[in-house]
Ligand binder design. Structure first.
Ligand SMILES: Cc1cc2nc3c(=O)[nH]c(=O)nc-3n(C[C@H](O)[C@H](O)[C@H](O)COP(=O)(O)OP(=O)(O)OC[C@H]3O[C@@H](n4cnc5c(N)ncnc54)[C@H](O)[C@@H]3O)c2cc1C
Length: 480
C-alpha cells in the first residue's frame, strides 16, 4: 500500500499559511483522504511580516496595516476564515507630498506618482519650471526611447520626464512600495503599466492616461478607497489561520529553521525536509521562505536555482506615535505624507520616507483627543533605522515630523518595529530569473511561493501560496 501523501510547507509567513490553507481543502474544508500537511517555520511565531499587538488601547498592526482590495485574494481568504464581517474599508483618501519645505496635496491624475497630463505638473507649486517644461515636452514632442527587454523604472522616467519629476514626485510613491530605488527596480516586474507605456515610444503621459481609463491606478485611488483592513488587525488573519489549520490537523512547527531539502530516491517519500533535529518525509514541498533561503535549499538540484540567493531585501522600520491632537497640526485631508529621498535635514537627509495618519485611514483606531501616526523609515540604501537605538530613532523621527508638519506635540506612547530584510527588491531581469528558477524546479514536486516572486503585498503573497499549493495537489493527483 502506498503511504499517505505528505506535503511540507517551509515558511509560515502569509504565503506559507495560505498554501497550507489551500492544501487542507481551502474553502471546501479537509477531505478524509487528504494528505498529511506539515508547516515548518524558522522563527518562534507565525505570520512573517504580519503581526499585531495591543498598543495604547487599540489592536495595532506592527507591519502591514491594510491591503489592496482591488485584488481579491486577501478579502476572499478573510471571508473563508469567517472574518468577513471584520473587513473595514479605508476611511479617507488622498495624500500630500513634502516639496521644497512645504506640504502640498497630491493632485488627481497621477498613476503611481507619474503625471498623466501637463496640467497636473503645472498645478504643483513645489515643482520647478524645468519639470513643467519636461512634462509639456513629453506631451507635445516626446523624447525618443527604445525599450527592448527589461529596464529600470528610473531609466524610463529620467529619459522621458527628466530627473526632477523622477526623483521628487514619482520615486516617493513607486519606491515606497518596496523601499527600493527607481534606478534599480524592474519596470517590467514592478510597474508593468509604465513599461507598456514606454514601449509605445510616444508620450509616456498620454500612453498612461489612455491605459488608465476609469479603472486606472491613480494616486488617490491607490491611497484611497481601494484599501481594506480588519478591525481586529491584519495580523488577526494569522491568528485565525493558525487556529483553523490546527483544527484541520495541519502540523505546525515553530522555531524549526529548515536546513536542507534532500532527494531520497530509495526512501518511502522522494524528499526529506531537515531541521536541526528532525527529518520529515515529503511527497511534495512548498518553499514559502525568502528567495535566498529557497535558493540555498535547492541550488544543488539545478544551477539555475542559485540565482535566487542573490535576491536582496530592504530593511525598514515603523515608528508609531500617539500624539495630543490639540498640539499637532496635520494637513486638512489625506491619509499621509510622502517625503522625497534626498530631502535635506540639517547637514543630512531625512530618514522618514512617508508618514501615515493611521486613525484617519481606519475608523476603529480613532480615539478622542489623540492622533495615531506612523512614520516609515528606511530604504534599500539607507540602513540608519537599523542601527539607531529606539530612543534616538523616536527623537530623530519626531524632530523630522516637526519640520514636515509644523506643530507636533510630545508623544504619549511610542512603538518602534524594525523589519530587517522584509521587502524583496525586484531588480531588472527579475521575471526572467524567477521563470528560470521555476523551469528548473518543474521536474520536481517542489514549488516556490511568497513575495519574492509574484509581487510584493499581502494579496499577491496569498495568491502565490494558494497557487503553489494547487500545483502541488495537481502533481500528486489530489486536486478535486
Ligand atoms: C514594513 C512592511 C510594511 C508592509 N506594508 C504592507 C501593506 O501595507 N500592505 C500589503 O499588502 N503588504 C505590505 N507589506 C508586504 C507584505 O507584508 C509581504 O509582501 C507579505 O507579508 C510577505 O509574505 P511572505 O509569506 O511571502 O513572506 P514572509 O512574511 O517574509 O514570510 C517568510 C517566512 O519564512 C520563514 N523562514 C525563513 N527561513 C526559513 C527556514 N530556513 N525555515 C523555515 N522558515 C523560514 C520566515 O521566518 C518567515 O516567517 C509590507 C511589508 C513590510 C516588511
Amino acid at each position: 500500500m502506498s503511504p499517505r501523501p505528505s506535503i511540507v510547507v517551509v515558511g509560515g509567513g502569509i504565503a506559507g499559511l495560505a498554501a497550507a490553507w489551500e492544501l487542507s481543502g481551502g474553502a471546501r474544508g479537509p477531505r478524509s483522504d487528504g494528505p498529511r500537511i506539515e508547516l515548518v517555520e524558522g522563527s518562534s511565531r507565525l505570520g512573517g511580516a504580519l503581526a499585531c499587538e495591543v498598543f495604547a488601547g487599540r489592536v495595532l498592526d506592527l507591519g502591514p496595516d491594510g491591503f489592496l482590495a482591488r485584488r481579491h485574494e486577501a478579502t476572499t481568504l478573510a471571508d473563508e476564515l469567517g472574518l468577513g464581517e471584520r473587513l473595514v474599508p479605508i476611511a479617507a483618501s488622498g495624500a500630500s507630498i513634502f516639496l521644497k519645505g512645504a506640504l502640498e496635496a497630491l493632485p488627481e491624475g497621477l498613476v503611481l506618482g507619474v503625471p498623466t497630463d501637463y496640467k497636473v505638473v503645472k498645478s504643483m507649486k513645489g515643482l520647478s519650471w524645468m519639470s513643467r517644461w519636461d512634462a509639456w515636452r513629453d506631451e507635445h514632442f516626446p523624447r525618443k526611447l527604445t525599450v527592448d527587454g527589461d529596464v529600470s523604472i528610473g531609466a524610463i522616467l529620467r529619459a522621458k520626464l527628466g530627473s526632477e519629476l523622477t526623483y521628487q514626485l514619482i520615486e516617493p510613491m513607486v519606491g515606497g512600495i518596496q523601499a527600493g530605488r527607481v534606478d534599480e527596480l524592474s519596470a517590467r516586474s514592478v510597474f508593468p503599466a509604465l513599461y507598456a507605456a514606454a514601449q509605445q515610444g510616444g508620450s509616456l503621459m498620454k500612453a498612461l492616461r489612455s491605459a488608465g481609463g476609469p479603472s486606472g491606478l491613480t494616486a488617490q485611488r491607490l491611497l484611497g478607497p481601494l484599501f481594506m483592513s480588519l478591525s481586529s488587525g491584519v495580523g488577526s488573519l494569522v491568528e485565525e489561520l493558525e487556529r483553523q489549520l490546527r483544527e484541520r490537523g495541519v502540523v505546525i512547527r515553530l522555531a524549526s529553521p529548515v536546513t536542507a531539502l534532500r532527494a531520497t530516491p530509495a526512501g518511502t517519500y522522494p524528499w526529506e525536509v531537515d531541521t536541526a533535529d528532525t527529518s520529515t518525509g515529503a511527497s511534495a514541498v512548498v518553499l514559502a521562505t525568502p528567495a535566498p533561503v529557497a535558493g540555498e535549499l535547492t541550488h544543488g538540484l539545478d544551477e539555475g536555482l542559485a540565482a535566487l540567493r542573490s535576491v536582496t531585501s530592504a530593511s525598514a522600520a515603523m515608528v508609531t506615535m500617539v500624539l495630543p491632537a490639540g498640539e499637532t497640526t496635520l494637513p486638512p485631508t489625506g491619509t499621509g505624507v510622502l517625503i522625497p529621498l534626498a530631502t535635506q535635514w540639517d547637514s543630512d537627509f531625512m530618514m522618514t520616507t512617508a508618514v501615515t495618519f493611521l486613525d484617519r485611514k481606519w475608523e476603529h483606531l480613532r480615539r478622542d483627543g489623540e492622533i495615531l501616526l506612523r512614520a516609515h523609515v528606511g530604504r534599500i540604501d539607507d540602513r540608519r533605522s537599523q542601527v539607531l537605538d529606539d530612543e534616538h530613532l523616536v527623537a530623530r523621527v519626531h524632530a523630522e515630523l516637526v519640520s514636515v508638519l509644523g506643530r507636533v506635540g510630545t508623544p504619549t506612547a511610542t512603538r518602534v518595529q524594525r523589519w530587517p530584510g522584509g521587502l524583496p527588491q525586484y531588480y531588472v531581469g527579475h521575471d526572467e530569473m524567477v521563470a528560470a528558477a521555476r523551469r528548473a524546479l518543474a521536474p520536481y514536486a517542489i514549488r516556490l511561493a511568497g513575495n519574492a516572486y509574484d509581487g510584493v503585498g499581502i494579496p499577491a503573497s496569498i495568491g502565490s501560496g494558494r497557487h503553489a499549493a494547487h500545483e502541488v495537489l495537481e502533481l500528486l493527483g489530489l486536486s478535486s
